[in-house]
Design a protein. Structure first.
Length: 140
């Protein structure tokens, strides 16, 4: 083996795997148990998200070997961070703000078209009814 390969200290991958399993069990327990009744849903979501961030950091640091890389990894990561922060703001007006709205615009459009079609058929029926000769007897 080369000296370059020996620069990295030995990593206990099984121990990191054990930590990841413990974090996974903790997040499942927090989500499955009825903690929503005891805590605010936002607090519970923050706890599960925090645990997920810890898991992601372990995977990135040890399994992707980023812990042993130099400072250049931050320069490469900068465009990803900019995009990760910009995309939610760009999509917020379309998705985020109206996510919980009950009103569905497509249904309104279909309902309006159906009403227009009924009005059109009614107008045509009245128009055809007016064209028919009057039958009131007498033959004058």
């Amino acid at each position: 083996m080369t000296d370059e390969h020996n620069d990295h200290p030995h990593v206990a991958y099984w121990r990191i795997f054990g930590y990841l399993c413990i974090f996974t069990v903790a997040s499942v327990i927090a989500d499955v148990m009825d903690l929503k009744a005891m805590y605010n849903i936002y607090v519970l979501s923050a706890v599960v998200l925090l645990i997920s961030c810890f898991k992601a950091s372990y995977v990135m640091r040890y399994f992707m070997h980023l812990k042993f890389e130099g400072g250049w990894k931050y320069i490469i990561l900068l465009p990803t961070v900019v995009l990760a922060l910009a995309i939610p703001f760009a999509l917020a007006s379309d998705i985020g703000i109206h996510y919980y709205d009950v009103e569905v615009p497509q249904q309104n459009t279909l309902l309006e078209k159906e009403i227009e079609q009924i009005a059109k058929e009614k107008a045509e029926a009245e128009h055809h009814h007016g064209d028919e000769p009057a039958e009131h007897g007498g033959g004058h």
